[in-house]
Design a protein around this ligand. Sequence first.
Ligand SMILES: [Zn+2]
Ligand SMILES: [Zn+2]
Length: 88
Amino acid sequence: MTDRLALLRDLGVLADVPAPGPGGEARYDANPEMHHHFVCRRCGRLHDVPPDWFPVSIPAGVQTGFSVEHFRIVAEGVCSECAAQPTA
Ligand SMILES: [Zn+2]
Ligand SMILES: [Zn+2]
């Protein structure tokens, strides 16, 4: 990781995404808007998806002792491009 990336992450411009790539490398997200992710298990690509795909709220009990500011859902499956490809 470059210093510049670390700086951007510290500023909150980039968010760590809990979805390592196929090689285990960290990914950084340039999209600061609230959104969730879809990871294709065939091509490994990470897609941004709108939050209304997963209309989930944080139950009040979860906040006991924690202050949850945001969360992201990472859905896994097969993207439309891969779904259109015949399996090898
Ligand atoms: Zn795919
Ligand atoms: Zn994203």
